[in-house]
Design a protein around this ligand. Sequence first.
Ligand SMILES: NC(=O)c1ccc[n+]([C@@H]2O[C@H](COP(=O)([O-])OP(=O)(O)OC[C@H]3O[C@@H](n4cnc5c(N)ncnc54)[C@H](OP(=O)(O)O)[C@@H]3O)[C@@H](O)[C@H]2O)c1
Length: 267
Amino acid sequence: MSILVTGGTGTLGRAVVDSLAESHDVRVLSRASADGRRSGRTRSGRTQDGLVRCERVRGDLRTGAGPAAAVAGVDVVVHCTRTNGRGDVPVTRNLLDAARRAGGAHVVYVSIAGSDRIPLAYYRAKQECERLVERSGLPWTILRTTQFHDLVAKFFAVQRWLPVVAVPAGVDFQPIDVRDVAERLAELVAGPAAGRVAALGGPQIRTIGDLARTYLRATGSRRPVVPLALPGATLRGYRDGRHLVPEGAAGRRTFDDFLVETAGSGR
Ligand SMILES: NC(=O)c1ccc[n+]([C@@H]2O[C@H](COP(=O)([O-])OP(=O)(O)OC[C@H]3O[C@@H](n4cnc5c(N)ncnc54)[C@H](OP(=O)(O)O)[C@@H]3O)[C@@H](O)[C@H]2O)c1
């Protein structure tokens, strides 16, 4: 199969490319080519040195420059692009227009668990993107997932210069490893368009304070974790657990596993 991964240079996209490139022809759409210039075609697959090679097509989905070449001849598009907020909507619209013109690839879209139940601006944009995919006239599959381990770790990492780590009180998270998401996406790519499939969640539901303490231990910090009682409908949504999928706890790799590997890899 020939597969386009949009956002294939991103956190999830890299894992998706990794999981697909051994058995498929994979193309990555990016605003920059691998060497900063327009790249040539390279064969998909794992090389002897263990690196995944794939074809890189330069394009910007926001301006609409490039997606026509990227979608030409592909059977499936795995759409993993992320912009700032509402930018996801024109990006998705441009991609779908190009895919329709190119003949109708199966579009697999990655969305966020609970994006219809928490009033966050970015989640509203994801909702709009889901609707665009549903109404595209193309064969489609939508997989919602919980927050990635990387995002949760980043939430703590950005506070590294503070004397404490502040977390919202009473909020749980169910973080998932992008490799677990990528494996599920590989299954969906191999099958027929499935519409909305069951949401995927990480293997553990833990308080954000507990995750913060785990992060601090892993990074050798003794700073205290300070829970803050924060007002607002968005925080209420998180406190009510509307972003969790206890019934979809399918990921294998825990946040602790992720931190051990991240430290080991020097990331
Ligand atoms: N992060 C989470 O916890 C989480 C949870 C659930 C679902 N998701 C969803 O998973 C998807 C991937 O998220 P991520 O965190 O992996 O994203 P990310 O690491 O921020 O990567 C964003 C990707 O989008 C590409 N991109 C941005 N603007 C573009 C444009 N105008 N044209 C073409 N490509 C563009 C970037 O490629 P270049 O910079 O190379 O152009 C990059 O590869 C998103 O749909 C997100 O909503 C994320």
